[in-house]
Design a binder for this molecule. Structure first.
Ligand SMILES: *[C@@H]1O[C@H](CO)[C@@H](O)[C@H](O)[C@H]1NC(C)=O
Ligand SMILES: *[C@@H]1O[C@H](CO)[C@@H](O)[C@H](O)[C@H]1NC(C)=O
Ligand SMILES: *[C@@H]1O[C@H](CO)[C@@H](O)[C@H](O)[C@H]1NC(C)=O
Ligand SMILES: *[C@@H]1O[C@H](CO)[C@@H](O)[C@H](O)[C@H]1NC(C)=O
Ligand SMILES: *[C@@H]1O[C@H](CO)[C@@H](O)[C@H](O)[C@H]1NC(C)=O
Ligand SMILES: *[C@@H]1O[C@H](CO)[C@@H](O)[C@H](O)[C@H]1NC(C)=O
Ligand SMILES: *[C@@H]1O[C@H](CO)[C@@H](O)[C@H](O)[C@H]1NC(C)=O
Ligand SMILES: *[C@@H]1O[C@H](CO)[C@@H](O)[C@H](O)[C@H]1NC(C)=O
Length: 636
């Protein structure tokens, strides 16, 4: 038994070893594998060799008619060797070859007609060499070629005709070269192409019509280029496309409707582009797309219907966008299958109460590392499957105790790294944490008060009514906010200062932050986070004019009791609604009232007295008059 197995194993080697050259292993099916010190194609049995694999050898040169004797040779591989020169007639009389692989060598120049007789060749792999240029006729005779790999070379340009005769080509790999530009008609004859890789080049633009004849393309890889501009409708003629990669380019804008007519797309990447804005219509019906990554862009906001046609999404990763400060309320409107949503590491300030209201399948929601200062009480009302919620490292100061009322399935919640302000408003969430101690997974890491000073560091779950002095009033510093709009460049300057030091208008603000208003949508939320106070100032833009006197609304912050217009600035200043100052004001008010009453009474008294005096004087005068008349009469 054992003997038979060993014999069967050895048999092929024994019978052929007579013809098998040193350094090679030959097998009965006609394959020869050689490695090591050989410097030329070894002498082989021409009647048995179908497959020749030379890996990791010292071959530097392929001589004239190297393969002429081997009429049966179908596949040739010379790889990881130091091959740098091929004689122009090296493949003379080797028309039967189906596959040539010369990967990972030192080739830099290929003679122009070297492959011209190989009309049966189906596979040609020249990747991982130092090829600098390809002459226009190099592939012209390869009428049956289905796979061409010239990736990872140093090619910086290609002749428009170079692929002209490769009408059967299925796979074309040009990735990892130095291509800057492609002629608009370079792929015109490649109607059978299924996979086209152009990634990791230096392409700057995509010319109109470039992909128009690739009607059977399934995969198009364009990532890691320098593309900053692409013609409109460039992907409109690839109805079968399944994978399109555009990440790692220089796109700031994408033409409207660029991703229309791609119904079979399952994979789309756009991340790592300095996108500033996206058009209102971008993505056509794309029901098979399951995951979308849109991170590391410069987007400030996104169109509300961006994901509306991606109805099959299960994972959406809209994270690491430093400039993203707000999201439209209908953004996640049409994603019934969405399971995981990551909008972490953005600059989000607030979320609309209805933003998650139609995500019935949502289980994982990552909101950490934003600047959220609170969450609307109703926000998780319609997320019946929410399991994991990350809220750590935001600017949360309060949360309603009822915010998780409908999140019955919540099992993991992280809340650390926030700015909890422990006054009476914190009690609701503090009590919720006390009641659900196992859900908050980072409570020992610091879900603690930041303010007021005397409660700093106190874990939320340990707070009581007594700690917070609920019922007593708290002192809120009086502050003023000044806002100024300039028209060119359009900026809104928000300044903030304490009125405690300067209660008058017109003095220079203590701290300012200048916010560029690059776009003028109907409503822009802006913010100033100087010191610990957070103000959100909403600019309401009527008729596209940044008139400001009536249009700046201080949304969050102390109540405004007064505003004044001085020197191009609108000063909005406040007095606290509670506390010492208002007590003083009230007292002052009463004092003034009393003083007023006293003055009124006093003046009434004075008037009365005056009247009395006048009356007396009048009587005296009259008396005198009569006396004179009487005297006159008596004189008579
Ligand atoms: C060919 O040689 C290289 C370099 O020595 C080695 O990494 C690779 O595994 C070899 N490939 C085969 C198929 O033996
Ligand atoms: C090219 O391929 C087709 C089928 O794929 C085959 O019939 C034909 O003989 C091949 N042409 C040459 C020149 O080998
Ligand atoms: C292309 O192929 C045709 C045969 O189909 C041949 O006659 C012609 O010379 C080739 N031309 C080029 C430029 O490849
Ligand atoms: C290839 O394209 C050229 C124009 O670019 C055309 O003249 C030629 O007929 C095409 N060849 C084949 C075989 O389709
Ligand atoms: C899309 O995919 C389906 C199923 O995989 C296939 O039947 C259909 O032909 C494809 N559509 C196009 C335009 O290729
Ligand atoms: C969604 O796709 C349809 C059909 O492709 C298109 O008419 C519509 O404008 C698209 N919606 C958006 C928001 O782009
Ligand atoms: C986006 O943020 C970068 C720095 O992160 C900044 O240089 C750029 O000006 C911002 N762009 C816009 C449109 O705000
Ligand atoms: C808490 O859960 C979140 C979400 O799964 C996770 O990212 C975080 O690392 C967890 N924190 C701790 C301290 O386990």
């Amino acid at each position: 038994m054992w003997f038979t197995i060993i014999l069967l194993q050895l048999l092929p080697h024994c019978t052929l070893s007579v013809h098998c050259p040193g350094g090679c292993v030959c097998d009965i099916r006609g394959s020869v594998k050689c490695t090591g010190d050989i410097t030329a194609v070894p002498p082989l049995n021409p009647t048995t060799t179908f497959l020749l694999l030379l890996n990791d050898t010292q071959i530097k040169l392929l001589e004239e008619r190297s393969f002429q004797p081997f009429h049966l040779l179908l596949r040739l591989r010379i790889t990881h060797s130091s091959l740098d020169t091929i004689h122009p007639e090296a493949f003379y009389d080797a028309e039967q070859l189906r596959s040539i692989k010369l990967s990972s060598n030192a080739l830099s120049v290929l003679p122009p007609k070297i492959f011209s007789d190989l009309s049966s060749l189906e596979q040609l792999q020249l990747d991982n060499n130092q090829i600098v240029s390809i002459s226009s006729g190099l592939f012209e005779g390869l009428l049956n070629l289905t796979e061409l790999d010239i990736s990872k070379n140093h090619i910086s340009q290609l002749d428009p005709d170079v692929f002209q005769n490769l009408t059967k080509l299925n796979i074309l790999n040009l990735a990892g070269n130095r291509l800057r530009k492609l002629a608009g008609d370079i792929f015109h004859n490649l109607t059978q192409l299924k996979i086209l890789a152009l990634s990791s080049n230096q392409l700057e633009t995509l010319e109109s019509g470039l992909f128009d004849s690739l009607n059977n393309l399934l995969v198009l890889m364009l990532h890691k280029n320098q593309i900053h501009e692409m013609a409109p409708q460039i992907f409109w003629h690839m109805p079968a496309l399944q994978k399109l990669t555009m990440s790692g380019n220089k796109l700031q804008y994408i033409p409207p409707r660029s991703f229309y007519y791609l119904p079979n797309l399952t994979h789309l990447t756009l991340y790592k582009n300095p996108l500033i804005s996206l058009p209102d219509q971008l993505v056509g019906h794309m029901p098979r797309l399951q995951e979308l990554y849109l991170y590391e862009t410069n987007l400030v906001t996104v169109p509300s219907n961006l994901f509306a046609n991606m109805t099959g999404l299960t994972g959406l990763y809209l994270n690491l966008n430093d400039n993203l400060t707000s999201l439209p309320k209908d953004l996640f409107c049409c994603l019934p299958k969405l399971n995981k949503l990551s909008i972490r590491n953005n600059n989000l300030l607030e979320l609309h109460p209805d933003i998650f209201s139609s995500l019935p399948s949502l289980q994982i929601l990552l909101l950490n590392k934003n600047k959220l200062w609170t969450l609307p009480e109703q926000i998780f009302r319609h997320t019946p499957r929410l399991r994991t919620l990350d809220l750590n490292n935001n600017h949360l100061r309060y949360l309603s105790g009822d915010v998780f009322l409908h999140a019955d399935t919540l099992t993991v919640l992280s809340l650390s790294g926030n700015r909890w302000n422990c006054d009476c408003r914190i009690l609701g969430i503090a009590e919720w944490i006390q009641e659900n101690p196992t859900i908050v997974n980072d409570s020992e890491k610091g879900v603690a008060c930041l303010e007021p000073y005397q409660l700093q560091g106190r874990p939320l779950q340990s707070l009581t009514h007594e700690d917070l002095h609920c019922g007593q009033t708290t002192y809120m510093p009086s502050t003023s906010v000044a806002a100024k709009v300039t028209s060119s460049p359009t900026t809104l300057t928000i300044a903030r200062k304490d009125t405690a030091t300067s209660g008058t208008t017109g003095t220079a603000p203590v701290s300012t932050s200048v916010l560029p208003l690059t776009s003028t949508p109907a409503t822009t939320s802006l913010f100033s986070t100087t010191a610990e106070e957070l103000y959100i100032i909403k600019m309401v833009d009527y008729n596209n004019q940044l008139g400001f006197y009536n249009t700046i609304v201080l949304e969050i912050g102390p109540d405004i009791v007064h505003n004044n217009h001085y020197n191009g600035w609108v000063y909005l200043w406040t007095v606290p609604s509670t506390g010492l100052f208002s007590g003083f004001m009230m007292a002052l008010h009463i004092v003034l009232l009393v003083v007023g009453v006293v003055i009124i009474v006093a003046s009434w008294c004075a008037l009365y007295r005056l009247h009395e005096v006048m009356w007396t004087l009048g009587e005296v005068a009259l008396e005198g008059h009569y006396q004179r008349i009487i005297t006159k009469t008596y004189k008579f």
